[in-house]
Design a protein around this ligand. Structure first.
Ligand SMILES: Cc1cc2nc3c(=O)[nH]c(=O)nc-3n(C[C@H](O)[C@H](O)[C@H](O)COP(=O)(O)O)c2cc1C
Length: 316
């Protein structure tokens, strides 16, 4: 098992859209932990470059399990009108799932977020010699993932930054402490705990609750190896509050509250990836009040230090 090979029980959580880079994953792996490549939104060439850079190291590749069907057009159009965006080019897609999966096969771990992969997909992961890690946000998802043949459950508490990994967008919001206890009571698989972990005390706490390792996302976002934009780093260093929102992507995610969230969270529909396409041009302008400032609740504890140093500080 990959988890048995870690020198320290620290995983760098996958962070699509820029923050997780191959350099970050490599630095965490070299420090004795495990890094992740996030494939969502990345071109196949970038994914291939990342895989080349990480060969020989302990790492995982993360995939978004696609949602089965497009959102109703009128729902997307109504939100487009509200935010002053053009919906004409918006089109449901599966994010290139098959191509990303093919690239990921053979990595030490392949992790899945937003859904339970098909049995045939889990079989392909195992046939390629990879472990299947499945993100779960409720005890029910944990049970189903275990039955489906997952090797490791990534238990994600609501404290975490970025998208909730939940399989549907309307699930109960479990804090990490409750989730770990409930899952541990029913499922014997190795668990990786994630959400709001920013100190060695928090890592010790999740290990005490039965997790085999802790995965931190936000805690690595200010590292020089991360690809986080400067204005996002500045927001992380503040003590501004976070909240859950669908306003940027049509799927619930946690970010630092800004103007766009305040104006649109109440009206944003459950429509991923369509709403993400719709807001793309707005977000790409790089205005911190209109950008998705993904961050976990403990973001003010993220430090501007090399990743190896962050790993050392997180290690109990
Ligand atoms: C900027 C950002 C991007 C993220 N992208 C992904 C992703 O592509 N896939 C995924 O499974 N989780 C993603 N997440 C969630 C993380 O993997 C992890 O669950 C979360 O960061 C843990 O909480 P923390 O940020 O408080 O450490 C993302 C989180 C952040 C902050």
């Amino acid at each position: 098992m990959v988890l048995d090979q870690l020198r320290v029980p620290i995983v760098q959580a996958p962070m699509a859209g820029g923050p997780s880079t191959p350099a970050l994953a490599a630095a965490v792996a070299d420090a004795g932990g495990m890094g992740f490549i996030a494939t969502a939104y990345a071109s196949p060439e970038r994914i291939r470059d990342g895989l080349d850079a990480l060969r020989g190291r302990l790492f995982g590749v993360n995939l978004f399990v696609p949602r089965g069907e497009p959102a109703p057009r009128d729902v997307v159009a109504a939100y487009a009108q509200r935010i002053g965006a053009d919906a004409s080019a918006v089109k449901w897609d599966d994010g290139g799932y098959e191509e990303r999966l093919s690239l990921a096969l053979g990595a030490p771990a392949v992790s899945f977020t937003f859904g339970l992969p098909e049995p045939s997909v889990i079989a392909r992961v195992h046939a390629a010699g990879s472990e299947a890690w499945i993100t779960v946000s409720t005890p029910e998802e944990a049970r189903r993932a275990a039955e489906a043949g997952a090797d490791v459950l990534v238990c994600q508490g609501t404290e975490g930054g970025g998208h909730r990994g939940a399989w549907t967008d309307d699930v109960a919001d479990y804090g990490l402490l409750s989730l770990l206890q409930l899952v541990r009571a029913e499922v014997g698989l190795p668990l990786v705990a994630t959400g709001g972990i920013a100190t060695r005390e928090a890592v010790a706490a999740v290990l005490a609750l039965g997790a085999s390792a802790a995965a931190a996302g936000t805690a690595f976002m200010r590292c020089p190896e991360a690809g986080t934009p400067g204005f996002h780093r500045d927001a992380l260093a503040s003590d501004r509050p976070t909240a859950l929102t669908r306003a940027f992507t049509g799927r619930t995610a946690r970010g630092i509250v800004n103007e766009f969230m305040r104006e649109h969270s109440a009206h944003a529909p459950d429509a991923f990836p369509e709403i993400g396409q719709l807001t793309g041009p707005i977000r790409r302008q790089g205005d911190p009040e209109r950008f998705h400032l993904w961050a976990g609740q403990a973001h003010a504890l993220a430090l501007d230090l090399p990743a190896a140093e962050v790993v050392a500080r997180l290690t109990p």
